[in-house]
Design a protein around this ligand. Structure first.
Ligand code: TXA
Ligand code: MG
Length: 331
């Protein structure tokens, strides 16, 4: 399998790393090797770059992303690191362990990367090319595995080129991934540490450092929920949300979409005046938070087309409009 001619695959020399870092700062996406699998990276502090990642993945909903750093001190500036987190970081970072931690006040990580949760999954990759890229970008990288939704995680640059043909502005070729399976994901946001995804660091290795882990939180889609208390808790607005609204009712705030905005709302914010779904996804969580803080009787939301990122936007809006137990499929 040879990379597609449209894919900008580069050997990771200093020039390529510097160019890739500049692309990230411009909000573009770069696929890069980690010790586990290849990631599709974007500026984790930019809602717009994170929206582009979701668009590239073709996920039907916004699953939260892992954010990659080079230093534990930089992680601790964005999220709460308790004693368990510090001990696991000491034992396994840099390496294939992702920790789900609570966002600190003033956290600069995109709300979209958190998919509306009050937590962020963070890790320090061990791969030198990944570390160099994060350094060159000068900011943490949000990076899911560089496959399309439902596809197999890529362990070579050629896999990425084939799966995401033409999407990353650059693919850094670091050869085959050393580990080849994804990082282990451990949720430390609550009192009980939970194994959310088994991965390259084993349960036994983690339990040797912080003691017993509870079971994975999520059953496969549609499966029984063993422990509802451990479901991913998504941000739910305090005000009622009315979706597919043509016009606001008296007292309602309006979350608009597109150029033709009805009048009469107590407060109006627009997901994308030009009707651009990537812009709408980027703005979704921050505008929901803003309207929820300032809404009167409720929030009316104009229809968003179901195409492209619109499917994930509508999935999120529907669940915010009708809060239901919130099981997440992972990929
Ligand atoms: O090895 C890896 O972890 C690779 C490389 C590129 O680092 N990345 C990766 O990312 O596998 P992704 O997006 O394919 O998987 C992220 C996993 C998903 O299962 C997601 O649900 C979970 O981490 N996750 C991320 N943030 C979370 C959060 N705030 N709360 C709970 N689960 C989270
Ligand atoms: Mg994945």
């Amino acid at each position: 399998m040879s990379p597609s001619p449209t894919a900008n695959v580069r050997s990771p020399d200093n020039d390529a790393i510097a160019a890739a870092g500049a692309l990230i700062r411009e909000g573009r996406l770069v696929a890069f090797p980690t010790e586990t699998v290849y990631g599709l990276g974007g500026d984790a502090t930019s809602d717009r770059a994170v929206a582009a990642i979701f668009e590239a993945k073709g996920r039907p909903r916004f699953n939260p992303l892992i954010v990659h750093f080079t230093e534990t001190a930089a992680v601790a500036r964005e999220v709460e690191m308790d004693d368990r987190a510090r001990r696991l970081a000491e034992a396994f970072w840099p390496g294939p362990l992702s920790l789900v931690l609570r966002r600190k006040a003033g956290c600069r990580i995109s709300l979209l990367a958190s998919a509306g949760l009050e937590t962020v999954a963070v890790r320090l990759p061990a791969n030198d090319i990944a570390r160099a890229l994060i350094g060159a970008a000068g900011r943490p990288l949000a990076a899911p595995s560089a496959n399309r939704f439902g596809g197999i995680s890529p362990t070579t640059a050629a896999h990425v080129a084939e799966a995401l043909d033409g999407i990353p502005a650059m693919i850094l070729d670091g050869g085959p991934s050393a580990v080849g399976i994804e990082s282990t994901v451990v949720d430390l946001s609550g009192a009980e540490a939970a194994l959310l995804r088994p991965g390259a660091v084993t349960r036994e290795q983690i339990e040797a450092v912080i003691g017993a882990l509870s079971e994975p939180a999520d059953e496969p889609d549609g499966g029984p929920q063993r422990s509802p208390g451990r479901l991913l808790r998504h941000y739910a607005p305090r005000h009622p949300l009315r979706i597919d609204a043509a016009v606001p009712r008296p007292g309602e705030a309006l979350l608009a979409f597109g150029p033709d905005v009805p009048e009469g709302a107590t407060l109006t914010r627009n997901l994308s005046p030009s009707g651009d779904l990537v812009e709408a996804a980027a703005n979704l969580f921050s505008l929901l938070h803003e309207l929820d803080a300032r809404a009167g009787d409720g929030i009316a939301v104009m229809p968003v087309p179901e195409t492209g990122l619109g499917a994930a936007i509508n999935d999120r809006l529907r669940r915010a409009a009708e809060p239901l137990p919130d099981a997440e499929a992972t990929d």
